[in-house]
Design a binder for this molecule. Structure first.
Ligand code: PMP
Length: 397
């Protein structure tokens, strides 16, 4: 009899053969500037913990205290018996921080995108999506029964073309949703949200931004991309984000009008049907919002380090792409070169992973670096000198 699971081994073997399988690195202990990765002490240069908040004393203490006062788990989904005071307080504080009427917290950012998008649009609707949007957006769009149109990356002219064409559609679309990442995670460039939202307004479309990599980074005190462009809530109706990056914890969130949140509370399946965040998580997120609000130094240091690193890398002759944020890709071309560079950097004590085809184009393989405010200036200089050494050895510069 044929083994019905034989595809598991075959498909995995194919990935291994093509060197496209994930080789998991083991982090022993916390994600700190100097971490133990695969048993070696290295400078962490690729985590999303932009501000180092995952190890902030107040964030850690809030998590521990919440376990003492609220237990390890919430016991249920939010709409049944798992809606704790900590969740409500987190939503209230987040809305305040974002300057939104209301916010809603999901278990993860992935759950936010895959749970909300299919409720905002469905059959007879159109989603217009940037070609480089995150996978969780793509899955959310797939779950909706809406038609999809993709516009060229960060190109308002092409977005306008798609929106103009959509007006000819018969019967007319019931709703149109424009959706874009705020900061694109592979290149570190910023979506032209001012232009996107203006086009949304002229075409009567909703605008949805995934600000996973903009929060804690862009805008006043790290309030994100909507703040960065000084846009109002009427111009960007859905601002989605995550607590798993600059906030240093885990969890997704959505901010916008009270109507949006009431709608999502009642319709969004990932929110309705999946257990709510444990107390420690909700409390840690709450403390992280508090830290961002009161300790503005973290964001300032993140940008100082970012500018220092980008300037030095460009001066050394590296191709650092079109990044405008603390995500700096070091583009080297061939996948094999990116892999060798990453390996050599690791030997030199710097942990930064290669991003290769199919995640990026075949000739655009890179090391994706992510700056961290918890680094010292000496740490940043260490990273620069590791790149200089490895780059020269491999004849990249
Ligand atoms: N959107 C973007 C742009 C992301 O980079 C990520 C995380 N990789 C997510 C959404 C998902 O967020 P989370 O980790 O909270 O599930």
């Amino acid at each position: 009899m044929r083994d019905p699971t034989s595809f598991l081994r075959t498909e995995y073997d194919e990935l291994v053969h093509a060197d496209l399988d994930w080789k998991l690195r083991l982090l022993a202990g916390p994600s700190t500037p100097w971490s133990i990765v695969d048993g070696k002490k290295v400078l962490m240069f690729c985590s999303n913990n932009y501000l180092g908040l995952s190890n902030h004393p107040a964030v850690k203490e809030a998590a521990m205290e919440a376990i003492r006062t609220h237990g390890a788990g919430s016991g249920s989904v939010r709409p049944i018996a798992g809606n704790m005071d900590l969740h409500m307080e987190l939503e209230r504080r987040l809305a305040q921080f974002k300057g939104a009427e209301a916010s809603l917290v999901y278990q993860t950012g992935f759950a936010a995108n895959s749970g909300l998008i299919p409720q905002l649009v469905g059959e007879g609707d159109l989603v217009v999506s940037d070609e480089l949007n995150h996978g969780s957006i793509i899955d959310g769009v797939r779950l909706s029964r809406a038609e999809r149109a993709v516009y060229k990356h960060a190109d308002p002219g092409d977005l306008e073309r798609v929106l103009d064409a959509s007006e000819q559609h018969s019967p007319a679309y019931r709703r149109i949703l424009i959706i874009t990442d705020g900061v694109f995670s592979m290149d570190g460039d910023i979506a032209p949200l001012d232009k996107v939202s203006a086009l949304g307004a002229t075409h009567g479309a909703m605008v949805y931004v995934d600000d996973a990599h903009g929060e804690g980074v862009l805008g006043e005190g790290g309030r994100g991309i909507v703040s960065h462009f000084h846009l109002s809530r009427d111009q960007v109706q859905v601002e989605m984000g995550t607590f798993s990056k600059a906030f240093g914890v885990v969890g997704g969130h959505v901010s916008g009008s009270r109507d949006l949140v009431n709608f999502a509370y009642n319709k969004s399946r990932t929110w309705l049907l999946s257990g709510s965040a444990p107390p420690a998580v909700a409390a840690a997120c709450l403390a992280a919002v508090d830290v961002l609000e009161h300790e503005t130094d973290h964001v300032r240091r993140l940008w100082e380090h970012t500018r220092r690193f980008k300037r030095a890398m460009a001066d050394l002759g590296f191709d650092i792409g079109r990044s405008e944020t603390p995500i700096t890709p070091i583009i080297v071309g061939e996948s094999s070169v990116a892999k060798r560079l990453s390996q050599r950097l690791f030997e030199l004590g710097l942990f930064a992973l290669p991003i290769v085809f199919p995640m990026v184009a075949k000739d655009r393989a890179r090391i994706r670096t992510i700056m961290n405010a918890a680094l010292t200036v000496e740490d940043v200089d260490f990273a620069i000198s590791a790149f200089e050494t490895a780059g020269k050895e491999l004849s990249i510069i």
